[in-house]
Design a protein. Structure first.
Length: 317
């Protein structure tokens, strides 16, 4: 479900309970007098998760919504009672408002009817994709592909960590010299034998590490921006110092302090990550097998003039 967590948090921030209270008191668009006072007898009370007069959210409704949620979204809901509570309140609020919209004849408006059809088509197409993707996942093949990738690319699973110091010089308008000129002067002082940690403490524009003599601690690959990482891991032995490295943060001088022995992570440690990657690739290929023949077909066309008119009619500038 797109924007699942954002939707939950938005309704939580608005205070869904307050909105529902407004509905009851007549402050909202739906007043209590407009709705029947008795619950829908066709719904088993044991299946009702939340209700407002004759409108109810059932366990089946919640299951239907959660089936389209990602694994991360489901995990977040499982870890937070308040998130699940907010989701159900949002579902109930939507159902109450939808009932009132039907009562007021919204569906008789052609534009509204078209939007309802489009929403239904989106749901059906999403369900179709889910079916296609599910059929593409063979658990035995997935694990075999994951192990094959592990054996074929051992370099991807090497753990390499280095401890480093750096001096950062940012562009500061108030300085007389530009940042690169200052960095080059500091590099010359390092090469002349001045203590790196003292220069970092005095001149580095990185407050987090400057107080520690520029010490950045242990850095695995993927922890820093590309330019910094490439320069750091190009250093061969403790004590080696880089040239001037330009990144989005400014100009760096990097010194290698220590290196841990390189280890290859065992398959079991990266298995879950590999399996998820293989599944994602299989799902992508399954979607492509459905989508590509359609959108690449000569029968698939877009009338640009009609599209431009439609966009203009919708008030889009």
């Amino acid at each position: 479900m797109i924007g699942f967590r954002k939707t939950i948090m938005r309704y939580l921030a608005l205070g869904v309970s307050v909105l529902l209270l407004n509905l009851v008191s007549g402050m909202g668009s739906v007043a209590a007098k407009d709705l029947p006072a008795s619950p829908d007898s066709s719904v088993n009370k044991l299946d009702v998760v939340a209700s407002y007069y004759d409108e109810a959210i059932t366990r089946e409704d919640v299951v239907a919504v959660l089936k389209s949620a990602t694994s991360e979204q489901k995990r977040n809901l499982g870890e937070s009672d308040s998130a699940a509570d907010s989701l159900v309140k949002e579902m109930l609020l939507r159902r109450v408002l939808a009932a009132q919209a039907r009562k007021e004849g919204f569906e008789r408006d052609p534009a509204t009817a078209a939007r309802i059809v489009l929403a239904g088509e989106r749901t059906l197409s999403d369900l179709y994709f889910e079916k296609v993707e599910l059929a593409a996942i063979d658990e035995k093949k997935v694990e075999r592909f994951a192990r094959e990738e592990y054996l074929a690319h051992p370099e991807r699973f090497r753990k390499e960590e280095l401890r480093a110091r750096h001096i950062l010089v940012r562009e500061v308008a108030s300085r007389g010299d530009d940042a690169r000129t200052i960095a080059e002067a500091l590099l010359a002082r390092v090469k002349a034998g001045e203590a790196f940690d003292e220069l970092a403490h005095k001149y580095s524009d990185d407050p987090g590490s400057a107080a520690k003599g520029g010490d950045l601690g242990w850095l695995p690959k993927g922890k820093t921006v590309k330019e910094f990482e490439e320069a750091l891991f190009a250093l061969k032995k403790p004590g080696d110092v880089s040239g001037i490295i330009s990144t989005q943060f400014g100009y760096h001088i990097i010194r290698l302090e220590e290196a841990k022995p390189v280890v290859t992570l065992p398959y079991e440690e990266v298995k879950a990550q590999l399996i998820e990657r293989v599944k994602a690739d299989l799902r992508r290929k399954a979607r492509g097998a459905i989508v590509d023949p359609i959108i690449k077909s000569d029968a698939f066309s877009v009338n640009r003039d009609a599209l431009t008119q439609a966009v203009g009619a919708a008030g889009v500038k």
